[in-house]
Design a protein around this ligand. Structure first.
Ligand code: UT7
Length: 322
C-alpha cells in the first residue's frame, strides 16, 4: 500500500527579529511575563513590502538548494490564513513561478491547523493515486494583522514560510493514520471577509486585526490536542507509549508541556521552536519538524505524531512512521 511521507523540508524566515524588549517599549508588558506565560523570546517580522509569495518562494528556493528537483510536482497545496490576493491563489502563483504545466494548485485556510490539514489532505490524494509529488507550501505574514495595542495577542505571532515535498512510498513507512475536526467558533477572529468587509478607513481598526480570547482558546487547545491524539492513535492501533517524537503546533509552551506530559514524552522528544519564531500559524509545525531533523532528533522508523490546533476552531493530527 502506498503511504504519503515527507521527503524533504526547508524554511525561510524574514531577517527582522522582534524580541520581548521591543514589546516592553510599546506595551504594558515585560520579558518575564511573556517568557513564563508563553515561552516566546523572539519572533520574525516581514518587511512591509514582503509578500507571502516572496517568503514562500524563498522557502521553495531553500528546498531546491538542498538538491530537491521540483520539475515533477503535480500538486501544490498552500494552507494559509494570510493571503496576498483573494485570487489568484498563492499555490497558482507558485505553480507559475516554477513553470509547472501539469499540476493543480489549491489554497485553503485552516488557521494554525493548516500544516496537519494539508498533510492529511495530501495523504488522501497520494493514497488515491490522484497525486504523486506534492509541494506543500505554508507562508504566513501574521504581523500585518496584529493589533499592536493588544498585549494579549501582539506578543504571540511571527512571520515565516516552509516548503515540504510529500510523495508516496510502499515500504510501510509514511502516514499511518489521520484525524481532523473543526467547530465553528468566534473565539479567534480575523475580519475582512464578506461578513465584515474592510473599508479604507477601517484598515488600522481593532476589528480588522487578530482578536483572540486567549484563556478560552488555551483550554480548548489542551482538550482537543489530547482528544485528537487519542483518536489518531486508536485509528492506527497504537498507544501513547508507541509515540517516539512529537511535533506540535507552536502556540504556547505551557500547552505543549501539558500535552507532552499526558503522552508521557520527555521534552527532548518534543520539538519546540516557538521560543525563536513565536506562533507562525500554518508554518509552525514545519519549522518545528525542520529543526528536529536538523538536530537529528528523529530516527528512521520512529513513530512521529503531528498535532495542530487553530482558530475556527480547527484541530487534527497525523501519525507517521518516519
Ligand atoms: O494558535 C492558535 C491557538 N492559539 C492558542 O492556542 C493560544 C492559547 N492561549 C494562550 O496562549 C494564552 O491564553 C495567552 C498567552 C494568550 C494569554 O496567557 P494567559 O495566561 O491565558 O493570560 P490571560 O489572558 O488569562 O491573562 C492573565 C493576565 C490578565 O491580567 P489581569 O486581568 O489578571 O489583571 C491579562 O491582562 O495577564 C494579563 N496579560 C498580560 N500581562 C503582561 C495578558 N497579556 C499580557 C502581556 N503582558 N503580554
Amino acid at each position: 500500500m502506498k503511504r504519503a511521507y515527507i521527503k524533504n523540508i526547508a524554511y525561510y524566515v524574514p531577517e527582522k527579529i522582534l524580541d520581548n524588549k521591543y514589546f516592553e517599549s510599546i506595551l504594558d508588558t515585560n520579558n518575564e511575563w511573556i517568557v513564563t506565560r508563553t515561552g516566546i523570546e523572539t519572533r520574525r517580522m516581514a518587511r512591509e513590502d514582503e509578500t507571502i509569495f516572496e517568503m514562500g518562494l524563498n522557502a521553495v528556493k531553500n528546498l531546491q538548494n538542498k538538491g530537491v528537483d521540483l520539475s515533477d510536482i503535480d500538486t501544490i497545496i498552500v494552507p494559509t490564513v494570510t493571503k496576498d490576493y483573494i485570487f489568484p491563489s498563492m499555490a497558482g502563483q507558485i505553480q507559475k513561478a516554477l513553470g509547472l504545466k501539469h499540476c493543480f494548485a489549491l489554497d485553503f485556510s485552516a488557521a494554525c491547523s493548516g500544516y496537519v490539514y494539508a498533510l492529511n489532505t495530501i495523504t488522501a490524494l497520494i493514497e488515491s493515486g490522484q497525486s504523486k509529488n506534492v509541494l506543500m507550501l505554508c507562508s504566513e505574514k501574521l504581523t500585518k494583522d496584529i493589533n499592536w495595542k493588544d498585549r494579549g495577542t501582539a506578543i504571540l505571532f511571527g512571520d515565516a514560510a516552509t516548503a515540504s515535498l510529500i510523495t508516496g512510498r510502499e515500504d510501510g513507512r509514511g502516514v499511518l493514520a489521520m484525524d481532523m475536526q473543526s467547530e465553528p467558533d468566534l473565539t479567534i477572529v480575523l475580519n475582512g471577509g464578506s461578513a465584515c468587509p474592510i473599508r479604507a478607513e477601517d484598515c488600522d481598526g481593532a476589528d480588522f486585526k487578530i482578536y483572540m480570547e486567549g484563556g478560552e482558546t488555551f483550554k480548548r487547545a489542551v482538550t482537543e490536542f489530547s482528544n485528537s491524539i487519542d483518536r489518531v492513535l486508536a485509528k492506527a492501533g497504537k498507544s501513547l507509549s508507541d509515540v517516539k517524537f512529537f511535533v506540535p503546533h507552536q502556540a504556547n509552551l505551557r500547552i505543549i508541556q501539558a500535552v507532552a506530559k499526558r503522552i508521557g514524552l520527555p521534552m527532548e522528544k518534543v520539538s519546540v521552536t516557538l521560543n525563536k519564531f513565536g506562533n507562525s500559524s500554518s508554518t509552525s509545525i514545519g519549522l518545528a519538524l525542520n529543526d528536529a531533523l536538523e538536530k537529528n532528533k528523529i530516527k528512521d522508523g520512529d513513530l512521529v505524531l503531528f498535532t495542530g490546533f487553530g482558530g475556527g476552531f480547527t484541530w487534527g493530527s497525523t501519525l507517521m512512521i518516519w
